[in-house]
Each structure stands twice: as structure tokens, then as C-alpha cells.
Design a protein around this ligand. Structure first.
Ligand code: FAD
Length: 286
């Protein structure tokens, strides 16, 4: 089922994000992870896509098929476009059509100095428009409550986001954030810009210190004082940091739900314990 149809039937949608394991032996373990994640009955599971290299990205489609056919959960396939030609994207879309997978998250991807870029696409909006010409796909897009790192300011970024929605993106999934007030403020700005599609809130429970540092440098999410105190106090106690990180994320989600958000998108990091703890924490609320 298309995600836009799901949004017509219920809100909030609860979704998980996973990545295809890089090594073959990890692919075997993915069943254990999927068993638990799919058992939690999310509305959909999205599968990330690499910057380049057909072997890694064929695993994205393989994993999406597994989610759909072995576990009966709707998959969303991420596609990035900086390193791909129209013909290559077309071939992937044909594979998705053959597998009856209709949901795609259209992304630009990041510039990677090690992978030569191709010039058929410059922005995710161009990919979204192209996907729409290739079949009956539901196209989602990414958005950034604290602006995309390359954007000069949030107003410019939201103007660009509007182009993406006008190109056919029917709903958005946000970059992770740790401060709900920034998210509510972002939603207000979207309304002013006449962006009225559903937006799912990206939540990543932080359960280890290295992950926090990597995430913040990669996506520019700001860390509220309350959050920094938790990570500082428990950084050397793995289990305590797990508990504290999960409590923080669950509080964030509960507050978002009380604000009637359209969706919660959980970056699971392929860690079923994270998804299980979060779902247990909100099972009587959703
Ligand atoms: P765009 O929407 O194209 O925006 C990129 C930048 O260009 C922004 O600064 C924007 O303001 C600007 N811009 C857009 N349109 C225009 C225009 N017409 N003129 C001028 N400037 C413009 N990366 C992966 O490699 N694989 C994944 O699976 C993946 N999954 C993701 C999932 C989510 C939910 C999110 C939020 C991000 C994900 N990313 C993934 C990261 C993403 O690829 C990067 O953040 C990338 O830098 C931007 O992608 P985008 O689709 O948001 O780009």
C-alpha cells in the first residue's frame, strides 16, 4: 500500500529505518533483527541506500523485498541520485515495479570525493520529478528541522523544500533532532510556506557516546542542555547510557504524540532492542 493511502486512514504512522548490512555474514543476522522489528508491526520500514556501488545498493532492494514478502510489512526504498544516471535509476525503478514496491524516498545523497558524481540530477526534487514519470510511485522526501547543513539559512532551505513538494513529494521524513521545540517551530514555518504534506518526525535514541559525536558532526543536530547532561553523566556506563538515552527518546516521542504529529520515524540503527524498548514505552498511547 502507498504511504499516502496510509496517511488517509490513520495518523500517526509509526515507521522504522534500517540499513542493509555491508558484510554477507551480517545479512544472515538481519532476519533476527527483522523478526523483532516486524513483530512490532510498524506501518512501514524504510531501507537506506548508499552513495554508489551496485553490490551494496542491490542489497537495499533485496532487503525491501524480504520485508514485504517474508514479513508482510510495507517497505520504503531510499534512492539517492548524485552518483547515478537516469538509466541506472530507471533500472532500479523497474526492479521495484516488478516486485510491486511502490514507495520510494527520493534523496540527493551527499557529495563523496571518492565516488565520481554524475550530472543527470542535482537535487532530490529532480529525482522526485523523474520517478513520477517512471511509474505509479509514492514519493517521499527528506527535510531538516534545523536546516540542511549546506543551506545558507532555514528560509532558503524551506523555499527549496517547497520545490521538492511541488515536484511530486507527497510526504516528508525529518532528519533526527533532539529538541522538540525546534521541530514545532519548523512545522509552523512549513505552513507559512504553504507546505501542507504530512511530516514524520525523525527520532534517534542515543545509546553510545561515539554515535552521538558522529551524528552531530554529520547532520548538525543541536544538543539541548538536558541531553548533554545525560550523555556527560553516563558516557562511561554503557547500560546506564542505554536506559537514559531511551528514556529521553521516549519522552520526546510522547510529547510529539501529544502535539498530534503526523508520524514518528525511528532510526533503529538495526538495533531491535532500541525499537522494542521504544514501542513498549508507547504501546498504550498509539
Ligand atoms: P535536497 O533536497 O536536494 O537538498 C540538498 C541541498 O540543496 C539543501 O541545502 C537544499 O536547500 C539545496 N537545494 C535543494 N533544491 C535546490 C535548488 N533547486 N536550488 C538550489 N539549492 C537547492 N543519504 C544517503 O546517502 N542514503 C540514505 O539512505 C539516506 N537516507 C536519508 C533519510 C532521511 C529521512 C534524511 C533526512 C536524509 C537521508 N540521507 C541519506 C541523507 C541525505 O542524502 C543528505 O542529507 C543530503 O545531503 C541531502 O539530501 P536531500 O535529499 O535532502 O537533498
Amino acid at each position: 500500500m502507498k504511504i499516502e493511502e496510509m496517511y488517509k486512514q490513520k495518523r500517526p504512522l509509526i515507521s522504522f529505518e534500517i540499513f542493509p548490512p555491508k558484510r554477507a555474514e551480517q545479512l544472515k543476522n538481519i532476519d533476527e533483527t527483522l523478526e523483532i522489528l516486524c513483530g512490532l508491526k510498524p506501518d512501514y520500514i524504510s531501507v537506506t541506500f548508499g552513495a554508489g556501488g551496485s553490490s551494496v545498493n542491490s542489497k537495499t532492494v533485496e532487503l525491501a523485498k524480504k520485508i514485504k514478502y517474508d514479513y508482510g510489512i510495507e517497505p520504503v526504498v531510499h534512492l539517492t541520485c548524485l552518483n547515478y544516471s537516469k538509466d541506472e535509476i530507471s533500472a532500479i525503478l523497474d526492479e521495484l515495479k516488478n516486485a510491486d514496491i511502490q514507495n520510494v524516498l527520493a534523496l540527493r545523497g551527499d557529495y563523496n570525493p571518492d565516488i565520481p558524481r554524475k550530472y543527470d540530477f542535482n537535487y532530490a526534487s529532480e529525482l522526485a520529478a523523474f520517478i513520477k514519470t517512471q511509474g505509479d510511485f509514492d514519493v517521499a522526501g527528506g527535510c531538516y528541522p534545523e536546516k540542511h547543513l549546506e543551506a545558507p539559512d532555514i528560509v532558503t532551505d524551506i523555499h527549496n523544500l517547497k520545490k521538492k513538494v511541488d515536484a511530486g513529494v507527497g510526504h516528508l521524513i525529518s532528519q533526527l533532532f533532539f529538541d522538540n521545540d525546534l521541530y514545532y517551530d519548523f512545522l509552523e514555518k512549513l505552513k507559512i510556506a504553504d507546505i501542507n504534506v504530512p511530516v514524520s518526525a525523525g527520532i534517534m535514541p542515543v545509546i553510545n557516546k561515539a554515535q552521538i559525536e558522529r551524528m552531530v558532526s554529520l547532520c548538525g543536530a543541536s544538543l539541548p542542555e538536558k541531553f548533554a547532561r545525560i550523555t556527560h553523566k553516563y558516557e562511561n556506563n554503557k547500560e546506564a547510557l542505554f536506559d537514559a538515552g531511551m528514556v529521553y527518546a521516549i519522552n520526546q516521542v510522547v510529547e510529539l504524540l501529544t502535539h498530534d504529529v503526523d508520524g514518528i520515524h525511528l532510526y533503529t540503527m538495526n538495533n531491535p532492542r532500541v525499537a522494542k524498548r521504544l514501542c513498549d514505552g508507547i504501546k498504550n498511547i498509539i
